[in-house]
Design a protein around this ligand. Structure first.
Ligand SMILES: O=C(O)CCC(=O)C(=O)O
Ligand SMILES: [Fe+2]
Length: 353
């Protein structure tokens, strides 16, 4: 099993951890006004926050155990359900198949993504099939994880919906449980002892709506708005790191911030350990058109104040499916041609990634 959090070396005392707001999920659910305002503050500034009291504490590490079991299969078998180069991300990802920078440097991490649609439809296949070893974990591990993240996501979407002055249920309509989307779980393992300076995951913004992340050791970094230095995000036991992703930046006319982040080797004694992380990406259903929701005066007022260039970048005029497929395709090492394919892979913070 991946080394449990409590047995890992502590966060090195000489490494500064960037402060994130800690949001209490129980208070959000109870409609606590102060906590709701704090969530809005987090989403509209750095776009990253910790979530506590969410009830999913065991579910994220269980995903590491699931993936470890799957990664133990022979490579040949894992390659039978590889993601492919056509812009879908569901399935296995071998080391080196994603790029980490504009030069096309291949990544050092192994990954496994499972579609929300497959987890909910199991034992039916909604989007693709996986190895038996994955299927064995669908009901005990993957589906409960997906269900919890859908719950967290829906609660926060309704709050953002209200704060954005949108008619009730507007954001929920784009994220209906049974509509196909690129929503998915991702579990990645970075090897121990990666050389310092190597990127495990290159600088990017997330493709979807909200992301939910738990990792065992350091390495996650954010580049806060207006800052020129990458800042370290420290994993806190029992806390989920949540972040706004591109679709919410677009829907909100830029009010909510999908911030650039990346993964580097952990510092100090932690660098001698494998790094495990599990993410759930909520993404809008495939046919949702990505555009600012100008029917809200809060959104339209914010949007009208933006430069024409920024307005253009927040009006891609494509569906969620098209946006995702274009980016995912250009993330693949095999499709990399040069800086243009790197740029085509980037999101709403195009210029900074
Ligand atoms: O592993 C992490 O800490 C972050 C991974 C990430 O940003 C991603 O997969 O989008
Ligand atoms: Fe990410």
């Amino acid at each position: 099993m991946p080394v449990p959090f409590k047995e890992l070396p502590a966060w090195p005392s000489n490494v500064e951890a960037h402060p994130l707001l800690v949001i209490d999920y129980e208070l959000l659910k109870a409609g606590d006004k102060t906590e709701i305002d704090r969530l809005w503050e987090a989403g509209s500034t750095l776009g990253f926050w910790y979530l506590k009291n969410h009830g999913g504490e065991q579910l994220f590490p269980a995903m590491w155990g699931m993936a470890e079991d799957v990664f133990a299969l022979p490579l040949e078998e894992k390659m039978t359900f590889e993601q492919g180069d056509e812009g879908l991300s569901f399935g296995y990802k071998a080391v080196g198949h994603y790029i980490t920078d504009a030069q096309g440097t291949p990544d050092p991490v192994e990954g496994l993504d499972i579609a929300k649609d497959d987890a909910l439809a199991y034992p039916k296949v909604a989007r693709r099939s996986y190895a038996d070893r994955v299927n064995e974990h669908m009901e005990p591990t993957i589906a409960p994880f997906v269900e919890k993240c859908i719950e967290l996501s829906n609660t926060m979407l309704d709050i953002f919906n209200d704060k954005l002055g949108l008619p009730a249920g507007t954001l929920a309509k784009f994220h209906q449980r049974n509509d196909h989307s690129s929503s998915e779980t991702r579990t990645i393992r970075a090897p121990a002892n990666l050389p310092q300076g190597k990127l495990a995951v290159g600088g990017h913004t997330d493709f979807g709506t909200i992301s939910f992340l738990v990792n065992n050791i350091g390495g996650l970094q954010v580049l806060p708005p207006g800052d020129t230095e990458w800042r370290n995000v420290r994993p806190l036991p029992g806390h989920v790191v949540c972040n706004i992703a591109d679709a919410l930046t677009i829907f909100s006319g830029g009010l909510l911030n999908s911030n650039i982040h990346r993964v580097v080797p952990p510092s100090g004694a932690q660098s001698a350990y494998e790094r495990w992380s599990s993410v759930y990406f909520t993404r809008p259903s495939n046919d949702t058109v990505l555009q600012p929701l100008l029917e809200s005066s809060i959104v339209s007022d914010a949007f009208n104040k933006l430069t024409e260039e920024r307005q253009k970048s927040l009006t891609p005029g494509v569906t969620s499916y098209e946006w995702f497929t274009r980016r995912q395709k250009n993330y693949r090492t095999k499709n990399h041609k040069g800086t243009e394919t790197w740029a085509a892979n980037r999101g709403t913070e195009n210029g900074r990634a």
